[in-house]
Design a protein around this ligand. Structure first.
Ligand code: SME
Length: 170
């Protein structure tokens, strides 16, 4: 499989997210290893989205979020549920759009360049698996179209993770 990174301009966000979803489907096809799929998912997102300085996963382990595969600068390893943008999104099981991270109480700064952030929770068979977290150096970088687009991408990732969970059951 070869992957030619394309940069979309995202002037038509729904259309570009739909194209990105097709690329992600190809990347995930036939593979159910969680780490491999998480690594390729965040690499695709980081390569494709403009104005992004961090994109990656936190997975729920023993009651807290632990950093997983990502693209960007080294990050905080553990985030408690209910803390930071990631822990708040995870606890509420809601996508969080943060136009100004400095105005978000308890925001955890990993890369000081980050000005805005979006976090999408990952729910597999009703259980919280973790979150997808994306940072931007541009204030107000993410809007509802990004939220819907990224939720459509994480739905594919979650479907693959669900198949992996099923395959590992005795
Ligand atoms: N900003 C996040 C922490 C993770 S870093 O952005 C990669 C938060 O407040 O939860």
């Amino acid at each position: 499989m070869s992957y030619a990174a394309k940069r979309y301009d995202f002037h038509d966000k729904p259309a570009d997210y739909a194209r990105l979803r097709e690329e992600l489907a190809v990347l995930l096809a036939g593979e159910n290893d969680l780490i491999a799929n998480a690594a390729n998912t965040c690499a695709l997102i980081f390569a494709a989205l403009p104005d992004v300085n961090w994109a990656g996963f936190y997975f729920l382990k023993a009651g807290e979020l632990v950093v997983g595969p990502f693209q960007g600068k080294p990050a905080r390893v553990r985030v408690a549920l209910g803390h930071g943008v990631c822990g708040t999104s995870a606890a509420r099981r809601q996508t969080l759009l943060v136009p100004d991270v400095h105005a978000f109480p308890g925001h955890i700064a990993c890369d000081t360049a980050a000005r805005s952030e979006i976090v999408v929770p990952l729910i597999v068979d009703g259980a919280l698996l973790g979150v997808l977290d994306i940072d931007s150096p541009r204030p107000g970088r993410f809007d509802e179209a990004d939220a819907r687009g990224l939720e459509s991408l994480t739905a594919l990732f979650v479907a693959a993770a669900g198949q992996a969970a099923q395959a590992s059951r005795p």
